[in-house]
Design a protein around this ligand. Structure first.
Ligand SMILES: *Cc1c(COP(=O)(O)O)cnc(C)c1O
Length: 365
């Protein structure tokens, strides 16, 4: 939920210069924008390596592949996330195991502990809605077992916990720069980020046809590129990311002020162990479908993240049954994502809050 048109207008001349430069040089693939963005983004995240790839789903799959886990390893993912989190595990040749979520809609550590088996080789914490997962806590759960942490940072550009940026805390991390993300390109784009040189090398190999030189292929990889145009756009936007995260926090505070006492509304809990980047502002409400309908009817762009937990989606439901993540299932019927972006002003936040209050009244009559 971004107002991309408005964001573009604030950076119009800088962004236009990017495509003019790329087009006039005729350098559409690779080159200085891609290398430049990779080093700038690694520095931003506080990790040693960044490998630009085609999109966030590829980033997850490439990161998992680069770990060279035994085929059909068990990989734990939260039941409430975008479908791609699980899809990447399946496409990398592994077995998805779903963990339930906690009160903050994030992977529940107690359930993760229960779901670890001898075959578990990786866990994918998702910093959902921009709220960081407690990676130190996850490390404690893992203890001395050989289980990799693959952070899904697709919704968490600019989020921090325990003094570190998300993406620098696990073994490897995947970012998406889909246009609607907090840091978004003008099309699909993604990145693998890591402090581990061999994982970085392996990721680049997988993303680039398994080749080490133009026609020397040492593995079967794929083609997943961050193109020069997207990299150039991202370089411009990266310089504004921190200020956008601050603005999103301002919108969140305003929502809290306006909705704090409203009966039935459950606000996201505050976060005081770093930076919540508020990619989304997700509340729970009674009679959610009616409330949502009423808000959409009054022109407020609310959304659902997500209407169905992944374990209930057709490809997984048959194998796993319904009861693997009861809290995620329950929350999926109550959650509602309010409009949230870096260009919302106070009057707009008030309009949303008023619309929610009247939707709650209408829905109960
Ligand atoms: C958007 C998203 C992805 C996938 O990113 P794409 O760039 O759309 O492929 C993966 N995980 C989460 C949590 C996402 O929100």
């Amino acid at each position: 939920m971004q107002d991309l048109g408005r964001q573009y207008l604030t950076l119009e001349s800088e962004l236009d210069q990017v495509w003019k430069d790329v087009a006039s040089k005729g350098s559409f693939i690779g080159g200085e924008n891609v290398a430049g963005f990779e080093s700038e983004f690694a520095a931003y995240v506080g990790a040693k390596f960044c490998v630009g790839v085609g999109n966030g789903t590829d980033a997850l799959e490439i990161a998992l592949t680069a770990l060279s886990l035994p085929p059909k390893s068990e990989v734990i993912v939260p039941a409430n996330s975008f479908f791609a989190t699980a899809e990447a595990v399946t496409n990398a040749g592994h077995q998805v195991v779903f963990a339930d979520v906690d009160e903050d809609y994030l992977m529940d550590m107690e359930d993760v502990a229960k779901k670890i088996t001898r075959r578990t080789r990786a866990i994918v914490p998702v910093h959902l809605y921009g709220r960081p997962v407690d990676i130190l806590g996850l490390r404690e759960v893992i203890g001395r077992q050989k289980i990799a942490i693959v952070e899904d940072c697709a919704q968490a550009h600019g989020s921090e916990i325990n003094g570190g940026n998300v993406g620098s805390l696990g073994d490897v991390a995947a970012f998406s720069f889909y246009p609607g993300k907090t840091l978004g390109a003008f099309g699909d784009a993604g990145a693998v980020v890591t402090n581990d040189e061999s994982i970085a090398k392996q990721s680049r190999l997988v993303a680039n046809h398994g080749r080490v030189e133009k026609y020397t292929h040492i593995a079967v990889g794929r083609n997943s590129r961050l193109d020069a145009l997207q990299a150039g756009i991202l370089r411009v936007k990266l310089r504004h990311l921190d200020s956008w995260v601050v603005r999103r926090n301002g919108v969140a505070e305003k929502y809290r002020g306006l909705l704090g006492g409203v009966a039935g509304v459950i606000l996201p809990r505050g976060f005081d162990n770093g930076m919540h980047s508020y990619h989304l502002f997700v509340i729970r409400v009674p009679r959610r479908d009616k409330v949502m309908r009423a808000m959409l009817d009054s022109g407020i762009e609310v959304g659902l993240h997500y209407p169905e937990p992944i374990h209930l989606a057709a490809p997984y439901r048959a194998r796993l049954g319904k009861n693997v993540a009861p809290r995620a299932t329950q929350y999926s019927k109550e959650i509602l994502s309010l409009p949230m972006n870096d260009s919302m002003n106070h009057a707009e936040v008030e309009t949303v809050a008023d619309a929610l209050k009247s939707a709650l009244l209408v829905s109960s009559s």
